[in-house]
Ligand binder design. Structure first.
Ligand code: AMP
Length: 249
């Protein structure tokens, strides 16, 4: 069984994001970019399934600018077999991403697609669900455990108030939650090996997808700054402030 893992190039999670002066978006110039953390978890899960003999090939797909090939190389260095870069400049909204992925999947015929539950830049949490709908496949979202059976996959999902396990027929779409696994670090020999692994280049037009945005960003703004705190001298003063000023007691 082949597994496809879509991986997005996003602003590194350690970077303090700054809003552009004109409010049109966030500053991306000279900002460190990395693989979306949930997608690292997705690649890790695909690799574990391959190592357990449940999958034969892991293919990483990224839709983005030429530099998204670095994101794919990161996945190849972790152990994925090959990559597909669908070149696209500017913002590609989740629906367009899902349509492109559908095209890739129809060409590649995987048994399983594992995506991140959300990209940490737009926090959309839409692509996996839209992709499953477009393909007419089952979906298991927010996975904290994935068990492959005979033509099936059991996905344990993190839901409000606990865990829910659903049994899906393969082929299926799974999205990863934070506790599914801890992604491995790429070793130096594997980083070197990854340089020789193939990355196919495609465009959205190859899959007949129009990536023109359907949404217009009206404004992007920083969160309101927090007010300075005050020091209290006694517990009694603290309790009085919590009661009378904060109104939380
Ligand atoms: P989102 O719906 O934007 O929160 O993204 C959810 C997941 O869809 C991500 O974790 C990725 O697995 C996948 N995805 C979103 N955008 C892209 C992209 N441009 N290239 C590859 N995968 C993507």
């Amino acid at each position: 069984m082949k597994i496809i893992v879509p991986a997005k190039r996003v602003v590194d999670y350690n970077v303090k994001v700054r809003v552009k002066a004109d409010g049109s978006g966030v500053e991306l110039t000279n900002v460190k970019m990395s693989m979306n953390p949930f997608d690292e978890i997705a690649i890790e899960e695909a690799l574990r399934l391959k190592e357990a003999g449940k999958a034969t090939e892991v293919v990483v797909v990224s839709i983005g600018p030429a530099q998204a090939s670095e994101t794919i190389r990161t996945g190849l260095a972790m152990g994925a077999d090959r990559g597909i870069l669908v070149k696209a400049d500017g913002i590609v909204e989740p629906l367009a991403v899902a349509k492109i992925l559908k095209g890739v999947i129809e060409a590649e015929q995987p048994g399983l697609v594992i995506l991140g539950k959300q990209a940490i830049d737009d926090d959309s949490n839409q692509t996996g669900q839209m992709l499953a709908a477009l393909l007419g496949w089952s979906q298991g979202t927010f996975a904290s455990k994935v068990v492959i059976g005979d033509g099936t996959v059991d996905v344990t999902r993190e839901v409000d108030g606990g865990l829910q396990t659903v049994a899906l027929k393969l082929p299926a779409v799974v999205t990863t939650d934070l506790r599914l696994n801890e992604p491995r670090y790429a070793s130096l020999p594997n980083i070197m090996k990854a340089k020789k692994k193939p990355i196919d280049e495609k465009t959205a037009a190859d899959y007949g997808v129009d990536i023109a945005p359907r949404l217009k960003v009206l404004k992007t703004s920083e969160p309101a700054g927090r007010k300075a705190g005050v020091k209290v001298k006694t517990v009694a003063e603290l309790v009085a402030k919590l009661k009378d000023e904060a109104g939380v007691l």
